[in-house]
Design a protein around this ligand. Structure first.
Ligand code: SAM
Length: 278
């Protein structure tokens, strides 16, 4: 008998793949968590029926969420990640030698445990001495710090349930206050084909708080529609004009991110530009 996983978005269309084994299934206090073994995508982490990472394509999202803001900032020392309990963003952030400290604020400790067991190449830096793991709600955490982080990365689930408050204006205002004077932030900003209203809302709310707000794109096959939006927001630094390709050390090689792509990713198709207007 064959077992197939289906993620249906907007009750209309979706993604499906063949499952070899169900490795883990649990209702945590925050969400339903499943890990599937597949031949095509490797191990797949699913939260509340939505694919979060697969071993085959996770590098795209993690590299683009991390390196665009980190190479825009001239000297990122302190980094905050909200969500991201799988460790993929931490893995990319600690590739920047100038980063002194990373705080990872993940609401669901089960995500961290499962990532360590089933996604070793994603969670491989979760024991890095530069990292502190804070198991709590990022919405509450961010209220407690002022003028502290150079870079904030929002690596969250879709904005429902515990992540709903991560796209509202008051959260972005708290994030602004938590950043240092030259601070920058990047947020996962959803699918322009499947969830255009989320993209629009994230843009508007960020733009209402941050002087610089620009959106960029990447392509992840297992996210709804493939095309995925990220929001960049800062107190002044521009991710295109203030980015110097020479900041990426010669010989550095990633699997998706390149200095040329950093700049090209901000060239948006007309329908995405339309979503990113006040
Ligand atoms: N790559 C992913 C995606 O967009 O599909 C994101 C993956 S990461 C697993 C998302 C994490 O955000 C989850 O582990 C979830 O528990 C966490 N999360 C959601 N809301 C949160 C909150 N308010 N504070 C901290 N973590 C949160």
């Amino acid at each position: 008998m064959e077992l197939w996983f289906k993620e249906i978005d907007e009750s209309q269309s979706g993604l499906t793949f063949k499952v070899k084994n169900v490795l883990f299934s649990k209702q945590t206090p925050y969400q339903r968590l499943d890990v599937f073994e597949t031949d095509f995508y490797g191990n797949v982490l699913v939260l509340d029926g939505c694919v979060q990472i697969t071993q085959k394509d996770e590098f795209v999202y993690h590299e683009m969420l991390s390196h665009v803001p980190l190479y825009t900032h001239p000297n990122p020392k302190n980094v905050l990640i909200i969500g991201g309990g799988d460790g993929g963003t931490v893995r990319e952030v600690v590739k920047h030698p100038e980063v002194d400290h990373v705080d990872l604020v993940e609401i669901d400790e089960v995500v961290i445990e499962v990532a360590k067991k089933y996604f070793p190449e994603v969670s491989c830096e979760l024991d890095n001495p530069k990292l502190s793991i804070l198991p709590m709600d990022g919405i509450e955490y961010i209220k407690s710090k002022k003028n502290h982080y150079d870079v904030i990365l929002i690596d969250s689930t879709d904005p429902v349930g515990p992540a709903e408050g991560l796209i509202v204006s008051s959260f972005y205002q708290n994030a602004f206050d938590t950043l240092t004077d030259n601070g920058v932030m990047a947020v996962q900003a959803e699918s322009p084909f499947f969830y255009p209203e989320w993209v629009r809302k994230i843009y508007r709310n960020l733009h209402g708080v941050f002087p610089v707000t620009k959106f960029y794109l990447s392509f992840t096959p297992t996210y709804p529609g493939g095309m995925w939006t990220f929001g960049f927001a800062s107190k002044g630094l521009d991710p295109v004009t203030d980015f110097a390709p020479s900041r990426v050390p010669a010989g550095t090689s990633f699997r998706y991110y390149t200095p040329d792509l950093h700049q090209a990713a901000f060239q948006l198709p007309a329908f995405v530009q339309e979503l990113c207007r006040e």
